[in-house]
Each structure stands twice: as C-alpha cells, then as structure tokens.
Write a protein that binds this ligand. Structure first.
Ligand code: ANZ
Length: 840
C-alpha cells in the first residue's frame, strides 16, 4: 500500500500540532525538573535560510530530547527586529521599516511552523514592539542610576556608508564595518556609553565557569577581546609642566633602558604638550595629526608598517636614573589604551626599535638575553657560545631582544631575572611615589548611541541648560514617532531629530523647553537580556519576573553561530552581571552551555544574498522538512561545516519511508507482551536505549542517527524473517525508532506513532529505560582501517550488516579526524570484523 508523501504528512500534522499547542511550558502543577533551551533569535531579514535551518534543527533536537527524558522544557522564540537592514530596505523602497519588518516576521514564523520546531509560541516577542523596548529604556535608566550609562565626547568609529557610529566590537579586524563593509573612519562625537570596563575583571575571571560547556575557541576570543595586561604605571616628570606624565608598561623591569617617550597624536596630552611650542614643532605636528585622523586603528597597530612621528620639543626625566628623554608623538601609540603615552625601550620592544632606528634615537640594552637565568631556557646560539652582548646590539641587528635573560645596566636590578626585576622595580617605584602596579585592558566602554531611526529611543531629555533628565519610569515607553513625513536617509545625525513634535518636549522638572535625545540604542542592547523577557513575555509591569528567573534561568543550552563569539555573548554576560548587582537575578552567567553550529556551504562557498547558494525553500519542496532536518544532523558533528554538495537528502527520504513502512506493518496492538518477542532484536533495542542518551547529550547526533538506521534494518529483517510483524519485540523496536526519530524527523515520527495506535504527540511520550538484563550481549570488535592503518575499534553485534558497519565506521570520530577534508575513494567491509577505508 502507498505511503503518504512528505507534503501530505506536513499538511496533515501541522494544523494538529498548532491546535494541540503541545510545547507550551506553563502548565499548572508541573513539577518535573526544568530545562531552558534557547536558539539565538533571528533577525527578520527575509525568509529563513539554510543557516537558520541548521541551527534551529540542532536546538530543536536538544529541546525534544530533554522533553522526552521527562523534563519540563522551555523553548521559546522571538525576533531581533530592530536594526539597520530594515531601515535601509525601507529607505530603498520608500516603505515604513515597521511594514518590512513585520511582513518578514510573518514569513519566518510560517516557515518555522512548517519546519516543525517545537516552540512555545505563547512567549513570542519582537524587540521592535513598544511592549519590549520600553524595558530596554528601563534597563538604560537602571544603568544610568548606577553610573554605568554616561555620555562623553570622544573619537568614535564612524561608518561613512550607514552614517552612524559603531561599537569597537562591530569593526572587523581589517578595519571595515561588519555591517556595510565600508572602511571605518574616526569622528569626534558626544555619545552614550555603557561602562562595561568596570566589569572587565569579572567578565574575564568568570570565563572559568564556562570551560567545558562553552567552545574553547569562544572563551579564548572573549579573553583576548577583554585583553587584560598586568604591569605598572610609571610617572615621568616633564620639564616646564607641573603634572607628571603617566605611562602604562608591562615591562617596568626595562625602565633603565627607556630612551624616549611617545604620546598618542590624537590625545589631549599631545594637544597640551604642543600648545605654545615654536612653529618648527607645532606646524609639523598639526600636519601629522591631520594625517593620523584618517588612518584606521588596525593600520596604526600593524607591526610592519613604516614608523612615522614628530618630536614635540619637550623633555621628560626618567625617574630611576634622571636621564632626559625627548617626547615624541607617533601614531603607533593609541590614545585610548593604557594612558595614551609610553616609555619607549627600543632595545626590548620591536616597535620602539623600528621607530628609534628610523629617527636615530638611542638604543640601550638592559636585559642580556644570552645570560641564562635559573629556571629559564635562554636563547643559546647554535655554536653553544654565549655571544658578547655587543655583537647582538639591537641598534645594529634591528632585532629587539624580547626573551628572558639577566638584567644589565640597571643599577640595583643587575643580575636579576625578569620576574624578580619587575617585582623589585614596582616596589622601588611605590616607595619613591613615582609608580605602582597596574592593569590595562583592551576592552573599551560599549558605545550604544546610533544615529538611526529603527531602534529604541534613548530615554533622556536634554534641558536648555545642558542638564540630562532621565525620562521618569512611569512615562515609559518613549515610543518612536510616526515615519510619515520623516526623511530616514542617513545624514550623520539621527532622523528622530527632525520629528519636531516628538523631539521638543517640556522639561519634566520645570516645564521649560527641552529636547529628547534623538539617538537610538545599539540593537545589541535589545538582545543582551531577551532571554529573560521570554520568562514574562506579556508582563506589562516589569521587564521580567525575578521569581520566574529563579525558576528558569540561566539558559541551560544556548545554540547559535560563532559570529556572536564576542559581541552578543559579551554584552549579555555584562548585562547579566549588572542585573545580578541590582539584585534582580541570582546568577552571574546567562548561558550555562553553548553550542556553535558549523556553517552550511554550497560547494565550498559561503552562501550569501549576493553570491546565492542553496535555497532552503527549494530544498524543503524537493525533499521535505524531515529529510532536510535529518540531513543537517547526519552530516557530521554539529560544530563542523556542512558542504551541501556532499550530502544526500534523497537518501534520507528513502530511509524515512523504510521507517514509516515498518510502522504500517506492525500487526500487534499496544498491549502486546514484549518480553515474549525475538530475543536478539530485544537485545539490540535495549542496547540502543542504553546508548542513545549519551549520544544525544554529547551532540553526537550523526552517530545516533546511524544507530536508528541500524535498528531499522534489524527490524526489517525480523519482520521479514522468523519473528514476523506480530512479534512483541518488533513493536518494541518500532516504537523506539519512532520516539528517537521524533528528535530529527517529527512528521514521520508522529505518523508512525499514530499508526502504532497512539494519540499525538510522540514528542510528549517518554523514552523507555534500557533493561539491564538485556544489555549483556555477545559482541565482537570490528577493526576500522584508514589507508591501511588501524584508526578505531568498534564493539558491534556479531550479526551486524555490512551496510550498518560501514555507516558506523565512517561516522566514527577517529575516522572522521583521520580522513579530514579528503574524500573517501573506496570502503571494503567484511562484517563483522574489518572495515578498510581508502582515501583519494
Ligand atoms: C615599555 C616596554 C618595554 C613595553 C618592552 C613593552 C616591551 P600589552 O601587552 O598590549 O598591554 N603600550 C602601552 N600603552 C600603549 C598605547 N597606548 N599604544 C601603543 N602601545 C602601548 O602591551 C603593553 C605595552 O605596549 C606597554 O609596555 C607599552 O610598551 C606599550 F621591552 O612599555 B611597554
């Protein structure tokens, strides 16, 4: 008899699922243990694409798994619906950004429903709804009260295409905007910041809690981004100035080797030092500053760039030896790191050495890197002779001596190792009152103002006298004005400023004329706390209910792309700590575990709007939802890249039909006695039940699917063989297949479940426990070779088919690692003993 097609299954079950509302979480009296599973919410830029399909398939597998393991699972969805793409599309097409955004949300929502994701739709949220963004404004006010939101005038990253500022986190390593791709410029503006630097130590130290449950790569990226350096601050007296100059150094041990100083050209200090200097210094400096302002930070820091700079004609005094040091201004020193000024030690710092050689400044060696220090392996030249320090003079070789060695030319430090010299120098500086131990961070405060329309208005009113008045909480939300008659085109200032009726308001304190702040917030503010809003999505009294946060948060499993390794994840971690300090949550990390899915490529190419690629809609129309979801999960470990060229959704369609056909063939009723059934099949089913949880919990979805396929083949044999379709073990195995398959292929699994005589939904039925008496199975060891070398050993049933053994072998971690990116040319299987894989 004919099996239903995938589209018939989809049309049949989708309305039943919608009616059944099976995945709502807040049922009365539910006392089961809880899990909060969350996928990074989508940006509504069009319909869902292959990347969404992959990430949400993985999140759904995890949610469905825990549900079947008897947990009360929260798996909500919403939209990150403010942001530039909506505004740019609106400008291009002359429509309201709201229309474009909400039309896309409707499209994506319908696609999610078809895609069978087990969401609790009752908690749907959109960050562009006033009901949501009023709480962004509330959050802003909380930070403002605590002194964590402030306005300052400073050099900011300016995107000349989108005509808005960017946070440091939004500037790519090559100095371009992560949004528009334009080369980012510097502009001096008064902007709002969140004081994330106050949390730098906690953000860094708490990463330890995430080791093992977050990808090591993401932890390392956050560590580098925060970039804590330990060292010292040293004060240098300046001739003709009352205040000393402070520098930050990681090498206070080299202080005797300082031969000049550098201040960042774009710093207030440089401006002050050059003021009143003769034209021979002031004019070149002015020209130099103008040039520097059109250079990106990345260019400025590049090690192999020709060093440029100008002398200021001013002098500083080295606090340890009284040397007179000329003060220069050069762009390799940044105004917003450390103190914006450095002591230059050319003998031991490559950039200082390059500069000193370019401008003929003295080089003084104070660490003899060829003199061994106890416990440190020095750089011994090949002939074993320690060279005379003269022969490796950095001034001649051009190579700075950065290694370990003994201090020389350094008075009381002579003979010491680096660590001892650093400790001693800090102590001496402290005693003399000219320095102290200090830390410096790469992390900068988070610039949150944007000069664009489609975002959360900043809830501040500016009085005519320049005072800042926070909008009183009971007047929130400050709702965006109507776009009618507003020119949204980017022009460097916020379009909100032109909404006269909106922007001009009476001062809430004294009724005098005042103006609303016309900037909107970075949309990363919206996503920094959304996981909490899902817990109280319809609450109009507060952002979230602290009791609900105690019950559900933090998120047990977060799933999303590695592109958010810094931005979103760092900001959410920061805001969570702020909310902790406010006493509103009792945890300090928002996401206990993180899974980064790999990318989906089309023939080795990254997919994008411009380059095209594989269209999710086309694939779903050809193969159906279940086969596409199964293909995503079967392609390999979830973190790995999937090349759509290499996968075969057609094969999954056939497999799903094989599984479904078995369910139609079972002739026993649900009350059949399993224990009487085929003993070998029962052993295999229970071995599967024993192994499956471990595979699901370590995200080895591909192996789990291979095991479902293996079980399916065993049932086929049993049905066609002695056992027959009425056997109890056959029903037990097919039910197990339906339950396990429902993680990956919900439509087929639901249909199987119905044909087995049960009411929907298979997703709510628990997994059976493995019977330990059935687990003592005879097994044999199969050897897996790759190109003649043994790479893995698998415990398998002596009756395993060649096909199943091949599938297990090719999905083994060890084999995948060995094969790497090569293609498999040939697989020879001698079941149950040997699999030989040959690569090209
Ligand atoms: C003297 C010295 C001697 C240094 C030496 C290094 C080696 P990290 O590790 O990145 O923190 N530095 C300080 N402020 C700077 C700024 N605003 N722009 C550019 N460079 C700056 O590096 C700290 C080191 O970078 C500091 O230690 C300083 O140079 C430089 F053998 O001081 B050092």
């Amino acid at each position: 008899d004919e099996l239903p097609t995938f589209s018939q299954l989809q049309d049949k079950w989708q309305p039943i699922w919608r009616e059944g509302d099976f995945f709502r979480t807040d049922r009365e009296g539910d006392t089961r243990p809880r899990k909060y599973i969350l996928d990074m919410f989508p940006y509504p830029s069009g319909d869902l694409h292959m990347g969404h399909a992959e990430a949400f398939a993985f999140g759904d597998i995890v949610a469905r798994y825990w549900r079947q393991r008897g947990f009360n699972v929260l798996h909500p969805i919403g939209w990150d619906s403010f942001g530039l793409p909506a505004e740019n599309a609106a400008i291009k097409r002359g429509v309201d950004p709201k229309e474009w955004t909400y039309a896309n949300i409707a499209t994506q929502k319908a696609s999610f429903e078809r895609y069978g994701i087990s969401f609790d739709w009752s908690r749907e949220l959109h960050t562009s709804d006033p009901e949501y963004y009023r709480w962004n404004q509330w959050l802003f006010l909380k930070l403002y009260e605590k002194g964590l939101a402030y306005r300052k005038d400073s050099w900011v990253n300016w995107d000349p295409v989108d005509q808005t500022v960017l946070a440091n986190e939004q500037v790519l390593p090559d100095g371009t905007s992560d949004r528009s791709g334009a080369v980012v410029e510097k502009k001096k503006l008064t902007q709002w910041y969140f004081r994330i630097t106050e949390y730098a130590d906690r953000l860094l130290d708490d990463l330890k809690q995430l080791e093992g449950t977050w990808p090591a790569k993401v932890i390392a990226m956050q560590r580098n981004w925060i970039g804590r350096s330990n060292g010292a601050e040293v004060e240098f007296r300046v001739e003709g100035r009352d205040e000393p100059i402070s520098v930050f150094t990681t090498r206070p041990d080299t202080l005797h080797g300082a031969t000049y100083m550098v201040v960042a050209p774009d710093s207030d200090l440089a401006a002050e030092l050059i003021a009143g200097q003769p034209a021979e210094f002031a004019e070149p400096f002015a020209a130099y500053l103008a040039r520097v302002q059109s250079t990106t930070e990345v260019e400025r820091l590049s090690a192999d760039r020709v060093k440029t700079g100008v002398p200021l004609g001013r002098w500083a005094i080295n606090p340890v030896n009284g040397d007179r040091l000329p003060i220069w201004s050069a762009d390799y020193v940044l105004s917003d790191y450390g103190t914006g000024a450095i002591m230059a030690v050319p003998a031991h710092d490559q950039r200082d050495l390059d500069f000193a050689r370019a401008f003929d400044l003295p080089v003084k060696t104070v660490v003899d890197t060829f003199q061994p220090v106890t416990g440190v392996i020095p750089v011994i030249p090949p002939d074993g002779e320690l060279p005379d320090i003269e022969t490796v003079d950095p001034a001649k070789t051009g190579i700075a001596l950065t290694g370990e060695g003994r201090m020389v030319n350094s008075g009381p430090l002579n003979g010491m190792s680096k660590a001892n010299a650093i400790a001693r120098m800090i102590k001496d500086l402290e005693a003399a009152g000219t320095g102290r131990a200090a830390k410096s961070y790469r992390l900068r405060d988070w610039l949150i103002s944007r000069q664009r329309f489609w975002g959360t208005p900043i809830p501040i009113i500016h009085g005519a006298d320049g005072t800042e008045i926070p909008v009183p909480e009971d007047q929130l939300p400050v709702v965006l004005p109507d776009t009618a008659g507003l020119d949204l085109k980017p022009k460097g200032t916020s379009p909100l400023g032109a909404a006269t009726d909106w922007v001009n308001v009476p001062n809430p304190v004294d009724g005098t004329p005042a103006r609303r702040d016309a900037d909107t917030m970075d949309t990363f503010v919206d996503s920094s706390w959304y996981f909490l809003r899902f817990l109280s999505a319809t609450d109009d009294q507060r952002a979230f209910d602290p009791a609900a946060a105690d019950t559900w948060a933090p998120v047990d499993q977060y799933v999303g792309g590695v592109e958010h390794a810094i931005l979103h994840l760092l900001y959410s971690r920061f805001i969570t700590k702020v909310l902790f300090d406010l006493g509103l949550v009792h945890f300090t990390e928002p996401f206990s575990a993180l899974l980064n899915q790999g990318m989906v490529l089309a023939g080795g190419q990254k997919m994008s709007k411009s380059r095209g690629g594989v269209d999710l809609g086309d694939e779903l129309a050809r193969f159906g939802v279940d086969a596409i979801r199964l293909t995503m999960a079967f392609a390999g470990p979830p973190e790995d890249t999937i090349d759509w060229e290499d996968v075969r959704p057609g094969g999954q369609v056939k497999f799903l039909n094989r599984a479904l056909r078995l369910a139609t063939e079972v002739t026993s009723s649900p009350d059949v006695v399993w224990a009487t059934g085929d003993a070998a099949l029962r052993r295999q089913t229970h071995r599967f039940l024993a192994d499956a949880p471990g595979l699901a919990e370590t995200f080895k979805f591909n192996v789990l699917i291979a095991r479902i396929m293996e079980l399916t083949n065993a049932v086929r044999k049993a049905v066609d063989g002695d056992a027959g379709p009425a056997d109890g073990a056959v029903r037990e195995a097919v039910e197990t297949i339906a339950l396990a398959l429902s993680l990956f292929a919900p439509y087929t699994a639901e249909e199987m479940w119905e044909r087995l005589g049960y009411a929907p939904s298979v997703a709510l039925h628990g997994w059976r426990k493995a019977d330990p008496t059935l687990l003592v199975e005879e097994s044999v060891t199969a050897i897996v070779q790759v190109d003649g070398k043994v790479r893995d050993r698998l415990d398998v049933s002596p009756k395993i088919t060649a096909e199943d053994l091949e599938r297990l072998a090719t999905s083994s971690d060890a084999v995948r690692r060995t094969v790497g990116t090569r293609r498999i040319a040939r697989v020879v299987v001698r079941a149950p003993k040997v699999v030989s894989i040959a690569t090209e």
